[in-house]
Design a protein around this ligand. Structure first.
Ligand SMILES: [Zn+2]
Ligand SMILES: [Zn+2]
Length: 313
């Protein structure tokens, strides 16, 4: 079960961890650059600057997403998480593109290995920091249903995969003497990173587009509704969407017209409770209507005729 939405401001501590990791790796690479004057290390440090941007983005969006619902945002602020994950997914795709570009250039005109030594040692050390933080973030993302933390973790993992690819590539070249192996390994790494970035961007777009809940969660709702259909209750106009860590469900509940308001309300409260018991962080809205009134059945679609300008259907 994920943690309740009420204490989500504590998630920012994971973003702070990511900020600290970015500052540490920038410091490490800058120090190595100052010691050696290697331009490669300088551009490496600049790349870690991208991590800092990503971490600060995650920090600010998690801060906003944790705010409780208010009058101007009555459905809460949880969607803010998608801004951060969308940007991170894009950064991941750009990283993959630049790795692939450099690799293809080296594949076409093989270059002897650059002086590796300290540069490689520093980037491995930085990657170990990123790996540790990414694992902590991935776990927190899963426990808290946070796409922002997942995207930030995957972003850090791209650095880890890149360094691992460089190590393997350089190792293979040293063993075989075949220079092309280094860019080939880099291309494999780039393909893996593209997949990761694509996944994050797709999930962000789905959230921003108010996609329905995944089939597994829809099945939980269906099961609740079907258990009441046995008693002659009907349902329609079921609508669901995900908004960051929040889920929204709305459904019309059709009961015999001679029920009292009291009876109907007890039933919809029960249905809402059963859905809340099956899904974490879900807000359920119900609309009660009499089974035997044709009006009840004419309100299923989202777009309905305008009361004065459109002809009645
Ligand atoms: Zn009520
Ligand atoms: Zn209806």
């Amino acid at each position: 079960m994920t943690h309740p939405l009420t204490d989500r401001s504590s998630l920012t501590r994971f973003a702070w961890l990511s900020v600290a990791a970015a500052v540490a790796t920038i410091g490490l690479k800058t120090a190595a650059y100052l010691l050696t004057g290697s331009v490669g290390l300088l551009s490496d440090a600049l790349e870690s600057g991208v991590n800092l941007v990503g971490a600060l983005m995650a920090l600010s969006m998690l801060t906003i997403a944790a705010r409780p619902a208010d009058e101007s945002h009555a459905y809460g602020h949880s969607k803010a998480e998608y801004f951060s994950s969308g940007v991170e997914g894009t950064l991941i795709l750009i990283a993959a593109g630049s790795i692939a570009f450099a690799a293809i250039k080296r594949l076409l005109t093989p270059q002897p290995l650059e002086q590796v030594g300290l540069g490689l040692a520093v980037s491995v050390a930085a990657s170990l920091i990123n790996l540790g933080v990414a694992l902590v973030l991935l776990r927190a993302a899963k426990e808290n249903d946070s796409i922002t933390l997942e995207a930030n973790a995957r972003h850090l993992m791209t650095d880890v995969w890149t360094s691992a690819g460089v190590l393997v590539g350089v190792g293979l070249v040293v063993v075989t003497g075949w220079l092309q192996l280094d860019p080939i390994v880099a291309l494999v790494v780039a393909a893996n990173i593209v997949w990761s970035g694509f996944h994050i961007v797709r999930e962000s777009v789905k959230g921003l587009m108010d996609s329905a809940l995944p089939p597994k969660e829809l099945a939980i709702i269906q099961e609740v509704l079907e258990s009441h259909q046995e008693n002659g209750i009907e349902f329609h106009a079921l609508r669901t969407r995900q908004s960051g860590a929040r889920r929204f469900v709305s459904v019309h509940v059709l009961v015999p017209g001679d029920w009292t308001v009291q009876q109907g309300h007890i039933l919809v409260e029960q249905i809402e409770n059963e859905i809340r018991a099956g899904l974490a962080n879900v807000a359920v809205f119900t609309h009660l209507e009499p089974l035997d009134d044709p009006l009840s059945w004419a309100d299923v679609s989202l777009d309905r005729p305008h009361p004065t300008t459109d002809q009645p259907a």
